[in-house]
Design a protein around this ligand. Structure first.
Ligand SMILES: NC(=O)c1ccc[n+]([C@@H]2O[C@H](COP(=O)([O-])OP(=O)(O)OC[C@H]3O[C@@H](n4cnc5c(N)ncnc54)[C@H](OP(=O)(O)O)[C@@H]3O)[C@@H](O)[C@H]2O)c1
Length: 270
C-alpha cells in the first residue's frame, strides 16, 4: 500500500538508487513523493524516465521532506552533515545507511533534537531481497522507526535491533553476501580441479547456489536441509566430515569475529 509521505534521498549511488527503485517497484512509495539529489548529476540521469523530482540543490531536496535518507559514503558524511545542519528541522527524520557511522556521530552536528535512524542494509537490497537492521536514536519516535522498518521491508526484510549489535550485523548480513560469493568461487575452483569443463563451472556453482537459496526459503532450518542431502556413508558426508575435521566452523567463526572487530574500529573513526 502506498503511503503519503514526502521522502528525499541524498546520494543516488549504488545503494541510494537501489532503494529508490525498489521502494517504487514494490509500491511502497509513489515517484511523485520522492526527491533525489546527488553531487554527481550523471547519477541522476538513471531516473530521467521516472516521474520523481530531481533537486538541483540540497535546500530543494530537504524542503518539505518528512524523511531524508542519507546514502553517501561514510567518509562523505561529515561534509554532508555540515551542509545540512542548519537546513533540517525537528519534524524531519534523518535515515542514515552509512556503514559504521553511529547515531550520536550524526546527532552531534545539530543544535536541535533531530530524529536520526540508523540502518545497516546489505547489497541484496539491489534485487529486492535485502536484510536490514534498524535502530532509532533518542529523538526518533515509534512512527518514524516503523516507517523505516516498512521502507526496508519493501526491499527485503528488516528488524529493529539495538545499535550495540550493529558491528555484528555488519559482520553477518553486511559482509555475508561476500562469504557466499567466496564459497561459490571456491566451488568453481574445485569444479575445475575435479576436471569439469571450464565453460560449465560457473553454471554449476551459480545454479547450485540459487537452488539451495530457494530451498532455504520458508521455515526449513539450514541444518535440516543439509542433513537431508547428507546420507550416511555417502559423498556429501565424506566432504562435510573433512570440513569438520579441519575445524571449518571455528575458522569461519574467527573470520566473522575479524569482520565485527574491523567494523568496531572503523566506527570509532567516524
Ligand atoms: N553498497 C552496500 O552494499 C552498502 C551496504 C550497507 C551500507 N551501505 C552504505 O550506503 C552508503 C552509500 O554507498 P554506495 O555504495 O551507494 O555509495 P556510492 O555509490 O558512492 O553513492 C554515493 C553517492 O552520493 C554522492 N554524494 C556524495 N556526497 C554528497 C553530498 N554531499 N550530497 C549529495 N550527494 C553526495 C556521491 O557522489 P560522488 O560520486 O560525486 O562522490 C555518490 O554519487 C555508504 O555509506 C555505505 O556505507 C552500502
Amino acid at each position: 500500500m502506498a503511503v503519503k509521505i514526502k521522502v528525499s534521498f541524498l546520494g543516488a549511488g549504488n545503494m541510494g538508487s537501489a532503494l529508490v527503485k525498489g521502494a517504487i517497484k514494490s509500491g511502497f512509495l509513489k515517484p511523485s513523493d520522492i526527491t533525489i539529489y546527488d553531487l554527481d548529476f550523471k547519477r541522476l540521469e538513471n531516473f530521467k524516465d521516472v516521474p520523481l523530482k530531481i533537486a538541483s540543490s540540497l535546500e530543494e531536496a530537504l524542503k518539505e521532506s518528512d524523511y531524508i535518507f542519507i546514502c553517501v559514503k561514510p567518509q562523505q558524511m561529515k561534509e554532508l552533515l555540515l551542509n545540512i545542519k542548519d537546513k533540517v528541522n525537528d519534524k524531519q527524520c534523518l535515515i542514515s545507511i552509512a556503514a559504521g557511522v553511529r547515531i550520536k556521530s550524526v546527532e552531534k552536528y545539530f543544535l536541535n533534537s533531530i530524529p536520526v535512524i540508523r540502518v545497516m542494509p546489505n547489497t541484496p537490497a539491489l534485487v529486492g531481497c535485502g536484510m536490514a537492521a534498524v535502530t532509532g536514536g533518542r529523538f526518533a519516535n515509534k512512527k518514524q522507526v516503523k516507517f523505516s522498518i516498512d521502507f526496508f521491508s519493501s526491499v527485503g526484510k528488516a528488524v529493529v535491533l539495538s545499535e550495540k549489535h550493529f558491528d555484528a550485523v555488519t559482520a553477518i548480513s553486511g559482509s555475508g553476501p561476500a562469504y557466499f560469493f567466496y564459497l561459490a568461487e571456491m566451488l568453481e575452483e574445485a569444479a575445475l580441479k575435479l576436471g569439469l569443463p571450464a565453460n560449465s563451472v560457473e553454471l554449476f556453482s551459480k545454479q547450485t547456489m540459487i537452488g539451495s537459496a530457494k530451498m532455504f526459503l520458508g521455515d526449513s532450518l539450514a541444518k535440516d536441509l543439509r542433513k537431508k542431502v547428507t546420507s550416511p556413508g555417502g559423498t556429501t558426508e565424506a566432504a562435510i566430515k573433512y570440513l569438520e575435521k579441519r575445524k571449518w566452523s571455528e575458522i569461519f567463526l574467527e573470520a566473522a569475529r575479524k569482520a565485527k572487530e574491523r567494523s568496531r574500529i572503523l566506527s570509532l573513526a567516524n
